[in-house]
Design a protein around this ligand. Structure first.
Ligand SMILES: [Zn+2]
Ligand SMILES: [Zn+2]
Length: 652
């Protein structure tokens, strides 16, 4: 029988960019395609998504993209996928559809994709395969598990879920889970995020009880910060505020978008005057306000951070304001949050944090007891941990074994590994699928994989040095002295001798090569500069400075660099050389030239003003060229010629 192929383009041994592919014959089912966020502060990169080449190459087979729920780590990749790959239809829960439409609008994506709303009884059939769903409970309303049935067997992805017997949102459909188990489940993919946490996750009702208690205690305004993605809790807090006769104001784009979507779909069902516009805030008394804001992780650009610096345009924190952190620090953010809390305390605010002040937050992911329960209900033959890092996957595997799964059938898959399901048995095949990742840098997709991240991190830690050498190819000599520009590598004033030594090292090395070999190349010279400088700086500074070598060529030593604004950075070096040459050729101008050199060396020549002069000169010369000729082609030629006179070019 044709094997059913199973592989992950994201979400295996990681949290983020969940993208599971199930392929049977001519049918490809994509389950979720998310984004994985990066720490923007160190790399500047927004996040990563899978490489969609495989899906592009096989786009005719794609039956649909099936979305478990509307969180970014499950839908964040969709706008990028649909721009590269022909996806005819997206099956998604109601709220996720709204989030996707908003994304498409924001990114100006026009597609003819058909959206099909997932409902609990929906069954989508594709020849001998079918897809159906079970209602799950998570920190966003509308979450589903997805089951794909093929002639080789049945596979189910839980999506993000947990069990809550007193939930605020969806009730878990336990009967359906049992039914899925009774019908025979071959492979279970399940959310490993909290696989290492013992016992049962706290109920959302307990969280709301504690939040409500503090809201009632508050005498001033109430500021609650939480993840904007936790629409279930946001809805409950808004309803609480309405009951208390308070008004709600939201800050943070994602918070406002979420509330808009929730209101539009009727999830958030309060009187029209409860949620007020930020501009109306001054019309209400302090004790009438509940402010929902992003920034619980100490993000510098979020609403709460601005409030803590006293720079928020609408909210000023006052003595006795109640600030509730309905969140937990994501590892790595703790120190940022501590600084934020310190700043908030300075205003005399009362601050409530999860843990010390009760249950103010719970994650939306199942703990061990809940995992045991899902294994008991669905009785999977094979288990693949998903949506968890390696250690979580391993521990999740242990729980599966304790719950009756054969230890040989725990498959901790790697991204891109292709497994075959054949007649209810799973095998690891030799096939590998390229999975990326592709980094999103601003709005640009970068396929240069991890290198750019590594470089940025190195730059952040070690700084960089720009080493520049100018060579006259005709004469086979180095012009002037090499130049070294440091950016963040070390304090130049304290390292002058070191830089002088470095200049001597590269001067000597390069001169030796250009004098003694005829077939040297630019990459070779650049590498030589790196090879000489890197160990030198490491030895002296114990730092792996990033070295950026540049070779400049001059073909005509008399040409003026002033015509070329690209040379700003190297201008001094060339100017020095030109003046020295002029001195040789025109000894009668000695006094004048020496004065110029002196002026230059004492750095009285201000870079900014010289830039202006360069620009001006360039402009006039260009105008001249254009007015001199009526013929367009001729003009082009002349402009070209002017450009050619630029004597120094960098070879990249
Ligand atoms: Zn989620
Ligand atoms: Zn997730």
């Amino acid at each position: 029988m044709t094997p059913t192929k199973i592989f992950g383009l994201g979400g295996m041994q990681e949290i983020g960019k969940s993208t599971l592919i199930i392929e049977h014959g001519n049918h490809i089912f994509i389950i979720d395609t998310g984004i994985k966020f990066c720490d923007t502060f160190t790399t500047g990169i927004n996040g990563s998504i899978p490489d969609y080449t495989y899906l592009k190459d096989n786009q005719d087979k794609i039956e649909g993209l099936f979305i478990t729920h509307g969180h970014e780590d499950h839908i964040g990749g969709v706008p990028y996928l649909v721009q590269q790959v022909d996806v005819k239809r997206i099956f998604a829960p109601r709220i996720a559809i709204q989030y996707l439409k908003l994304k498409f609008d924001n990114m100006k994506i026009k597609t003819k994709i058909e959206f099909i709303e997932i409902e609990k009884d929906l069954v989508a059939t594709f020849d001998d395969c079918s897809v159906d769903f079970w209602t799950a409970q998570h920190s966003i309303p509308d979450a589903f598990g997805i089951r794909v049935s093929t002639p080789n067997g049945k596979l189910m992805m839980t999506g993000d879920f947990r069990f809550d017997y007193t939930p605020i949102g969806n009730l878990t459909d336990f009967n359906r889970l049992k039914e899925i188990g009774d019908q025979g489940l071959d492979v279970l993919f399940s959310d490993s995020t909290n696989a290492m946490r013992p016992n049962h996750s706290p109920s959302e009702s307990d969280i709301l009880e504690d939040i409500g208690k503090y809201m009632k205690e508050a005498t001033g305004k109430i500021i609650i910060t939480l993840f904007a993605s936790n629409l279930t809790r946001i809805k409950a807090i808004i309803e609480l505020a309405a009951q208390m006769g308070k008004k709600v104001v939201a800050f943070g784009r994602s918070m406002i978008d979420g509330i808009d979507i929730g209101t539009k779909l009727g999830y958030i069902n309060v009187a029209n005057d409860i949620i007020i516009d930020k501009k109306a805030i001054s019309k209400y008394g302090e004790n009438e306000l509940v402010i929902l804001t992003t920034g619980s992780q100490g993000e510098e650009l979020a609403g709460l951070a601005k409030m803590s610096y006293g720079k928020h345009p609408y909210v000023t924190i006052k003595n006795n304001d109640m600030i509730i952190f309905s969140s937990s620090p994501i590892p790595g953010n703790r120190s940022k949050i501590e600084l934020l809390v310190n700043r908030l305390y300075k205003y005399g605010a009362i601050i409530k944090e999860n843990g010390v002040d009760g249950y103010l937050h719970t994650s939306g992911h199942a703990y061990m007891d809940e995992h045991r329960k899902i294994f008991e209900l669905t009785k999977p033959k094979y288990f693949m941990p998903y949506h968890g890092e390696y250690r979580m996957s391993v521990v999740h595997g242990h729980t599966a074994v304790e719950s009756g799964v054969n230890p040989d059938n725990i498959l901790v898959a790697k991204l891109g590994d292709v497994y075959h399901l054949v007649d209810h048995k799973v095998y690891l095949s030799d096939e590998k699928v390229y999975f990326g990742p592709v980094f999103i840098d601003g709005n640009i997709l970068s396929k240069t994989n991890a290198n750019i991240m590594k470089e940025r991190m190195e730059l952040g830690q070690n700084g960089f040095l720009h080493a520049i050498i100018a060579i006259n190819k005709q004469k086979n000599v180095i012009l002037g002295k090499p130049r070294i520009v440091s950016r963040g590598a070390f304090f130049v004033k304290n390292s002058l001798h070191l830089i002088e030594e470095a200049k001597r090292i590269i001067h000597g090395a390069i001169l030796y090569v250009i004098k003694n070999t005829n077939d040297w190349t630019v990459p070779q010279l650049k590498q030589l500069m790196i090879d000489r400088l890197a160990p030198f700086f490491y030895k002296n500074k114990r730092r792996n400075v990033v070295i950026l070598p540049t070779i400049l060529f001059t073909d005509h030593h008399k040409a003026k660099i002033d015509d070329n604004p690209e040379l700003d950075e190297f201008g001094d070096l060339m100017l020095e050389y030109n003046l020295e040459q002029e001195l040789k050729n025109h000894p009668e101008k000695k006094k004048e030239i020496l004065a110029k050199l002196k002026e230059m060396k004492s750095k009285k020549v201000k870079k900014s003003s010289s830039k202006e002069v360069i620009k001006k000169e360039r402009k006039t010369s260009a105008n001249k060229t254009l007015t001199e000729s009526d013929n367009k082609a001729d003009t082009k030629k002349k402009v070209k010629r002017v450009k050619k006179e630029v004597i120094v070019k960098e070879d990249e």
